[in-house]
Ligand binder design. Sequence first.
Ligand code: F6P
Length: 413
Amino acid sequence: MEKKLIGSCIFGQSGGPTAVINASAYGVIRAALDAPEITRVYGAAHGIVGVLKDQLYVMDEEDPKELELLLHTPSSELGSCRYKMADPETDDTDYKKILEIFKKYNVRYFFYNGGNDSMDTCNKISRYMESVGYECRVMGVPKTIDNDLFGTDHCPGFASAAKYIATSCMEINKDARVYDNGMITVVEIMGRHAGWLAASAALASYFGSGPDLIYLPENDFDMDQFFADIDRIYKASGKVLVAVSEGIHYADGSFVSEAKTSATDGFGHAQLGGLASMLANLIKARTGAKVRGIELSLLQRCAAHLASATDVNEACAAGKKAVEAAVAGDTGHMVAFKRVEKNGKYACELELLPLSSVANYEKKIPLEWINDEHNGLKQEFIDYVLPLIQGEPELPLEHSLPRYARLKKILAK
Ligand code: F6P
């Protein structure tokens, strides 16, 4: 049994938001407030940036009922960031500042909720604290709609986005086939390097109302083949619905959408988008058909009204597990999901993975789950994703609109 570590904790959110990242926040905050070892619970404003700026919200001051509403509040309620930390061995400026803040508030537990880049931040902070002999238990809580975190069966946030994408594609498919003349519709779906989200459009097709064609970043994109695929279906039926991942790229690695964008985030990733209209214009010039480009954009990652109850529950459980493990003596790990079968049904167990084994690796869709034509998914993908989107959370409403958490966000002094 590890010795009891008494002190306060900081929880931070990082990277692109999801519909359930606040469910993880609730899992962490509630468990931390309930843990006798944790003396005070701070929420960092905008993740690690808030720690560096000494902007911490006191979670102990919040109304417990409002905190509970975090379970169904989309986006990152405490604020997020995309801030790349230097290697502590090369430049320890930020780490010295973080240590100063940790000492100021007697922070002995640090929980960071994010994707690949955030696990890298978490890992670096864990290493630094160890190297300077400051006792602080550091745990990663997974999150990303992209579903590309290594070592975990799936990531909180993915399933709810997948459910929104599948539902939207089913609905769009209905609208995109109404007229007596031809129509081609292109839907652009997020996912920078991995196609899990765009692949989820296959659920719509599987259940009879979805895209004819789906293109993922797992395969190099070939514009001529893309046009040939569209021409074939258009000639046969006069209607085509296409789903494309924002991350589709040519064989040389350049993004198909790259010509449209030059902005990058703090990690140097290109800000993608604009692909649907670009492809729609190209198709229009070629076919003369009525063409629409639809970018699902932020809608797909903040759609709490279509969240998967499985996702909400697992996200919350991941946060709670991080706190319980840290209080019990664990550090330097990320909570991960292991898929198991119980009584012939999907179940999910929580496990801990070393942060170093997760940070900076990306998990893509197995190539054998993609059809030979590289424009659709096989049954294996449907079997993988279907259990994850199950269940509808009971959404708190006010005036028939969502009732989100209203936090006081009182800054610590
Ligand atoms: O967090 C993942 C993600 O949603 C990607 O799918 C997308 O490419 C990216 O974030 C967008 O990031 P931002 O909101 O910073 O533009």
